[in-house]
Design a protein around this ligand. Structure first.
Ligand code: COA
Length: 327
């Protein structure tokens, strides 16, 4: 396997911030309920920008941070479950917007695990030697697929994008990746169904195109896979939990993160947590959190960072990042 590392990160969220108090005015909920059940205080919601707009802004920031020109990018992968359209991909629009003329560009959908799946795919592509650089973006405008009539799901999500630039390296900056799917549980989280409609069907069967979710199922699944993936990485990398400097989990719910932290005996201080400000941004949540860890100066050269995503599919993915960027 060729070594690769993250050389730059970027993120972008729409300007319009929606607080829990604002949600109280449009549905039967309360700030107290939302904060105590989820830890979420506000989220950013698009008032006009599409997924590709958010992705483009995060990508440009990541390129700047990585000191790389768009023409030098060989691969653009956008992880999203809320694309602008089925065709073209968000990745192709980003390619045009940033001028990554030499890249192969496509979208993937692994819901909230999408960014980690993107890292895994890029690592595999780069192993061939044909791709020296890659831009991996998680971008979502979930507000367009949320059922705003359903208070148990609509309070959870937000819009945003995060990006990372990968490059061939002398250090092993991305390792012990594992991405898996449990498709038998797909009904636990769905959205975006498209009705089967054509001139040869007499009665079109209506579908629910908005988010549906079995919250408790997802909760149990998430805590289980976060714990098992964290322990898998420690075992395979022959590390102790004290060797891990940061954990960047998918930002879904503070109670899940607290349960995970208790199970592995690692203090919350080692976690990057921003779900209070952004809610659950699905595929964007991990790269936005990585960008915060990078730009705040929290990540230091040599740090070991575990990222773990989980979500619809059901899917999960985790990796060990060794930070090699100078401040
Ligand atoms: N405001 C006020 N009350 C609400 C509410 C809201 N926004 N949403 C639900 N409730 C009510 C329910 O109607 C229910 O009322 P009832 O007891 O009178 O029927 C009550 O609160 C409890 O609902 P319940 O579903 O048992 O709550 P919960 O403790 O399981 O928490 C979630 C619900 C969604 C916060 C929790 O299950 C969760 O976070 N699951 C994981 C979801 C997730 O993160 N998905 C994305 C993964 S990628």
């Amino acid at each position: 396997m060729r070594n690769i590392e993250i050389i730059g990160t970027g993120s972008y969220t729409p300007k319009h911030m929606v607080t829990n108090e604002m949600l109280e005015t449009i549905m039967d909920t309360s700030n107290e309920w939302i904060v105590s059940r989820t830890g979420i205080e506000s989220r950013h919601i698009s008032t006009g920008e599409e997924t590709s707009d958010l992705a483009t802004k995060a990508a440009l920031e990541a390129l700047k941070d990585g000191n790389l020109q768009a023409e030098e990018i060989d691969l653009v992968i956008v992880a999203t479950c809320s694309p602008d359209s089925l065709v073209p991909s968000v990745a192709c629009k980003v390619q045009k917007n940033i001028g990554a003329h030499n890249a192969m560009a496509f979208d993937i959908n692994a819901a909230c695990s999408g960014f980690v799946f993107g890292l895994d795919i890029a690592r595999g592509f780069m192993a061939s030697g044909r791709f020296k650089t890659a831009l991996i973006i998680g971008a979502e405008v979930l507000s367009k697929i949320i059922n705003w009539e359903d208070r148990s799901t609509s309070i959870l999500f937000g819009d945003g994008a995060g990006a990372a630039v990968l490059k061939e390296s002398t250090v092993d900056g991305l390792s012990y990746i594992n991405c898996k799917s449990e498709g038998e549980k797909w009904e636990a989280l769905t959205c975006g169904s498209v009705a089967l409609e054509n001139p040869f069907i007499m009665d079109t069967i209506p579908v629910n195109s908005k988010v549906t979710m079995e919250g408790k199922e997802i909760y149990k699944f998430a805590v289980k896979v976060m714990e098992s993936e964290f322990n898998r990485i420690l075992n395979e990398a022959k590390l102790n939990k004290e060797d891990i400097d940061f954990i960047v989990p998918h930002q879904a719910n503070i109670r899940m993160i607290e349960a995970f932290s208790r199970k592995i005996g690692v203090s919350l201080e080692k976690f990057i947590i921003n779900l209070n400000r952004f809610g659950n941004t699905s595929g964007a949540s991990i790269p936005i959190a990585l960008d915060e860890g990078n730009k705040s100066g929290a990540f230091k050269k040599g740090n070991k960072i575990v990222v773990i995503g989980f979500g619809g599919g059901l899917t999960f993915g985790s990796a060990l990042i060794t930070w090699n960027k100078d401040l």
